[in-house]
Design a protein around this ligand. Structure first.
Ligand SMILES: Cc1cc2nc3c(=O)[nH]c(=O)nc-3n(C[C@H](O)[C@H](O)[C@H](O)COP(=O)(O)OP(=O)(O)OC[C@H]3O[C@@H](n4cnc5c(N)ncnc54)[C@H](O)[C@@H]3O)c2cc1C
Length: 386
């Protein structure tokens, strides 16, 4: 047991009990149907975990980010998947940090008690991709409202959320003084928007992630739903990205630990040539290597989370945590699948499902190359490539 596993032991213990009610068979059935884990999300909401980061004044638990990291890590370590609901933890931070007192009072208590879901985060677009500053969705001010037109892609959970945090362009790119200006953040009420300028289409993906495409056709968003100042949205979104990276990295650590435990157990049990396969170093070593990688990554995640909680700069650490943890999870996934031989491909072992799920984290929410570019250019001072 590592030092990090001992943080928030009560939270971890009660999550283990909660997750035990959602075994592999539950996730397999949903995966086959690409269905949303309603019962799991309800259980997490009722137990208050999704409100962990919301301050007590608004009905949440007011816990630090490292507690949220422990929650997501335990979920993944138990073979469950937090992707159905993790967005609430980091998107809420934009509202908390940049929203007005009135906006916070309007939305946070409902989010904390679970009557309002803030699970959709609309940034990525089909044409601009990683180049967020080139996004083409516009929000044009018209009296007391904004008129939104454009398209988002890969917007996870939009069909299962009441609110969407939306990034859209309010000033044309050619008219801004600094390239990071001109984008704004809105909280779109998807319940009011339904049938009035928004169309949501599911994307069938490699894993069960409730991914969608969202089309905006003259959608009216009340001006009071603008978060913070018009034109400063990109900065607000960047602010939230460290939290997002740390939390996703925690899920990767959970995945890595699940794969390593599963691989180790199978390697010790499975007899071939009259002895356990785990007696062969060719089987042992990839598992041991993935273990070392994941423990090192876990230290970086803990370091990033503790800097974040202390209000210190943590861009470097948050990015490295996400990079190292996603790669450690993938190394563990590879070792686990290989250890299981043919059975690794059988759905009933859950290995192939987790393998597909954990692959995502080298691409989303930010791809490995972009993290490397950040480290090379912003931390190591090399010339900028874009
Ligand atoms: C299942 C799933 C769920 C998602 N959920 C959400 C969500 O809820 N909200 C949301 O807004 N987005 C979401 N995304 C989108 C995700 O954040 C993007 O897919 C990701 O950021 C990469 O963008 P892209 O797909 O447009 O790739 P592209 O930008 O087209 O990049 C393609 C490849 O080229 C590489 N590349 C691009 N530019 C450079 C460069 N300058 N240097 C080196 N390499 C480069 C990238 O690293 C990547 O490997 C999700 C994606 C998936 C698959």
């Amino acid at each position: 047991m590592t030092e990090q596993e001992e943080t928030f032991p009560e939270i971890r213990q009660s999550l283990r009990a909660l997750c035990a009610g959602f075994p592999g068979s539950y996730w397999r059935e949903l995966d086959a149907e690409r269905a949303y884990p309603e019962a799991f999300v309800k259980a997490l909401t009722e137990a208050g975990y999704l409100a962990a980061l919301i301050p007590e004044d608004y009905g949440g638990s007011g816990l630090p980010l490292s507690a949220a990291a422990a929650i997501l890590e335990e979920i993944h370590k138990a073979g469950c998947n937090g992707a159905a609901c993790h967005a609430q933890m980091y998107t809420m931070g934009t509202l908390l940090k940049h929203g007005s007192a009135e906006q916070k009072q309007r939305w946070l208590p409902g989010i904390a008690e679970g009557t309002l879901r803030l699970q959709a985060f609309g940034v990525t677009e089909p044409t601009s991709g990683t180049d967020t500053l080139s996004l083409a969705t516009t929000a044009r001010r018209d009296g007391g409202r904004y008129i939104v037109n454009g398209q988002k892609v890969w917007t996870s959970r939009a069909e299962h959320s009441d609110l969407m945090l939306l990034l859209a362009r309010t000033t044309p790119k050619e008219q801004v003084k600094k390239k990071g200006e001109g984008l704004s953040v809105f909280l779109v009420d998807l319940r009011e928007a339904a049938g009035r300028g928004i169309t949501i289409k599911p994307i069938r993906a490699m894993m069960n992630h409730a991914a969608t495409e969202v089309f905006f056709d003259n959608l009216e968003v009340p001006a009071e739903n603008l978060i913070g100042e018009e034109g400063r949205g990109f900065r607000y979104i960047l602010d939230g990205m460290n939290a997002e990276r740390i939390l996703i990295a925690s899920e990767c650590i959970g995945d890595a630990r699940w794969f390593i435990a599963k691989a180790g157990a199978y390697a010790s049990e499975r007899q071939v040539f009259g002895r356990p396969i785990g007696q062969n170093q060719g089987v042992q070593f990839p598992i041991a290597r993935a273990y070392a990688q994941s423990e090192a990554a876990a230290l970086m995640v803990a370091q990033a989370a503790s800097l974040f909680d202390a209000g210190q700069r943590c861009g470097k650490e948050a990015n490295m945590a996400k990079l190292l943890a996603s790669e450690a999870a993938w190394a563990a996934a590879e070792a686990c699948l290989q250890t299981h031989g043919g059975f690794g491909f059988a759905e009933e072992y859950d290995v192939e499902r987790k393998y597909r799920e954990t692959r995502l984290y080298q691409v989303a929410p930010v791809s490995t190359n972009l993290i490397l570019a950040y480290l090379a250019e912003h931390v190591l001072g090399m010339p900028r490539s874009y």
